[in-house]
Structure formats: structure tokens, C-alpha cells
Design a protein around this ligand. Sequence first.
Ligand SMILES: [Zn+2]
Ligand SMILES: [Zn+2]
Length: 217
Amino acid sequence: MKIDLHVHTSEISACGMLSAEDTVRLYAEAGYDAIVITNHFAAYNKERFERAGLDFFSEYMKGYELARSAGERYGITVLCGFELRFNRNENDYLVYGMDEQTASDCSSIFAMGPREFSALAREKDFLFYQAHPFRNNMTVVYPGYLFGIEIKNGNPRHDSRNDIAAMWAEKYGLHGIAGSDCHQTEDVGASGIITGAAVRNINDLVAVLKSSDYTII
Ligand SMILES: [Zn+2]
Ligand SMILES: [Zn+2]
């Protein structure tokens, strides 16, 4: 299966130019079997929804649901992930397998840092990666807090220094993942993973990522 692990949709990510519907259609046309919607899960985004009188977490899940139901129509699996940012700095993290109840307490999560969130991820058995750790304005975090890092980020408007990220992952024994960081049409299908395993839900994906049973594209 061909899977993109890092995809944004415009209903939830203000920087996204593609609706959930268009994103899913373009990924189906590009031959992907699954995508993970990783919209911005951050205090600045929560505040943006609250200024409009909306509850951030329920909108976040509604945004995912739009993509998931489009996936049913276009015949591709759509899973829910998170691109998390904590309150104290500009690093971004990718999270897979965090349950809805844990995620719904978003203010508590945003108030954490990587150390505390890492402990939560271990306790609840979900996966915590730093996204594009060598982009400008990012600070690479202590490897012991992370399950892995993004070693290939396909976003063409940033230099993610993927070569350095890959070496860093190798040096510290971190699991490497890849995704397009799709925000607009030209980004669709820039990267991702290929696995022989059948990924039907987020638990299947977590199992694939844990077992390293995939290759980077
Ligand atoms: Zn974005
Ligand atoms: Zn992103």
C-alpha cells in the first residue's frame, strides 16, 4: 500500500489550499491507497476557531470526517493524525494513534512540552515524531523523547534538510517517516511510504510504523 503520512486540508489548516474533498480525490488519482490527515493541532489554530465562536476539537474531528467520507467515495483509506505544536516554541510534531478522548483535552496537551508528551505517548501507546526537525526555526529535540523523526518532508516551499534528518535518525536509532506535508495541488504525492501490510485503520498503521515494515518514497 502507498500511504502519505502528512496531509493538510483547508477546512482546518488555514495554510491549506485544498479542501478535504479535493485532497482525497487527487490522492486517489495519484494512486495512493491511504492518507493520514495531519492538520495543525496547536493553540494558535484553536484560538482562530474560538474567535469564530467554534469549538476547536469538534471542528478538527469534523474536518477529518469530511476527508474520511470522501475516502469512502473515492476508495481510499483516510486516517486521523495530528500535527502538534506546543505553546512554548515553533517545533512541529506528528502524532499517530492518539485516541480521541486524550486528544480532546487539547489545552492540556498544548501546555505540555516534548518530555511530558513523550511520557503520555508511551503510557497510552501512540507514536510521537518530530516533523521536519532541520527546517529553519526548528530545534531538534532530545532523541530520547521521540519515537522517530520525519526524514523526508516533501513540501517544496521549505528546505527541510532531509539529508541531515536521515543521518540524525540513523545516528540516534530513531524511526524515520516520510510525507508530502501537502497543502496545495503541487504537493500531492511528493512523498510517503510503501508497505506490504494491509492498513485499514490507525491501529494497523501504528503496527506498521512500529515494525518498520515499510520503505520511504
Ligand atoms: Zn500548514
Ligand atoms: Zn504539516
